[in-house]
Design a binder for this molecule. Structure first.
Ligand code: AP5
Length: 232
């Protein structure tokens, strides 16, 4: 199955994706993480995109699309995607459908995490990420454990776009672009809205229940089709 998870900056997309990936053996395709890798590796693309990211704007649709197509075209990830942070506007939503068609796949569930701007500010200011294992922490809500080797404070890093000013710009960019995406997925009846202000584990449980109910439904349909085939 393929999932889309979207929501404002700091909504918890990355946090939840990491749990869901483990539980359901999916592959997290985070355009934000892919773009940051380009900047860290000092690629030509990296120098092109860093100013847009540090302004809180979107990078071009073409760049984001090329990045995701690299993974969509690989058979090993087929029907195992969780799209984290793509699509972000209606052009990207339509493009994702085209690419999925091209590689004979489709989206099964779309999750929108809702979080208010006040909560987002604290989440972003307090965030740090372990450079060793990639775990995401928050000094206010979800501090890194003490006495660990991997996530010790010397390995925790802040993102350069996690300032108050840039987080507000990122939120405004999200608000400006997202309404047509919501309408697009509402029409397909795939959209489920999850309250992103609940504790992390409660959100994971709610998302798991949505995935399980979809899988249960898929299983019933498959069994029904199988029974019809046997009887015909
Ligand atoms: P990206 O890296 O995707 O950033 P974002 O969308 O702003 O989202 P974040 O990563 O900030 O937040 P998140 O929702 O993953 O939250 P997290 O789980 O970390 O993109 C960065 C930039 O790249 C964009 O601004 C744009 O420039 C560019 N870009 C990316 N994709 C693009 C695209 N498709 N097209 C064009 N440009 C693109 O959680 C945040 C914090 O809150 C953490 O500290 C966490 O511990 C804490 N937390 C999480 N959940 C909870 C909870 N329930 N309760 C308490 N604390 C919580």
């Amino acid at each position: 199955m393929n999932l889309v998870i979207f929501g404002p900056p700091g909504a918890g997309k990355g946090t939840q994706s990491k749990f869901i990936v483990k539980k359901y053996n999916l592959f997290q395709l985070s355009t934000g993480e892919l773009l940051r890798k380009e900047i860290i590796n000092k690629t030509i693309l990296g120098s092109e995109i860093s100013s847009a990211m540090n302004r809180g704007s979107l990078v071009s649709d073409k760049i984001a699309s090329d990045l995701i197509e690299k993974f969509l075209s690989k058979n090993e990830y087929k029907n195992r995607f969780i799209f984290d942070g793509y699509p972000r506007n209606i052009i990207q939503a339509e493009n994702l459908n085209k690419l999925l068609d091209k590689y004979d796949q489709k989206i099964n569930l779309v999750l929108k995490l809702s979080v208010s701007l006040d909560v987002i500010k604290k989440r972003i200011i307090g965030r740090s990420v372990c450079t060793i294992c990639g775990k995401i922490y928050n000094e206010f809500f979800n501090p890194a454990p003490i006495n660990t080797n991997c996530c010790a404070s010397r390995f925790l890093q802040k993102r350069s776009d996690d300032t108050l000013d840039i987080s507000i710009s990122r939120y405004e960019t999200y608000e400006k672009n997202i309404k047509p995406v919501i309408d697009f997925y509402e029409e397909t009846k795939l959209l489920k809205v999850v309250n992103g202000e609940m504790p992390i584990s409660e959100i994971t449980n709610e998302i798991s229940a949505l995935i399980d109910s979809f899988k249960g439904w898929l299983c019933t349909i498959t069994q029904y089709k199988y029974a019809v085939n046997l009887n015909s």
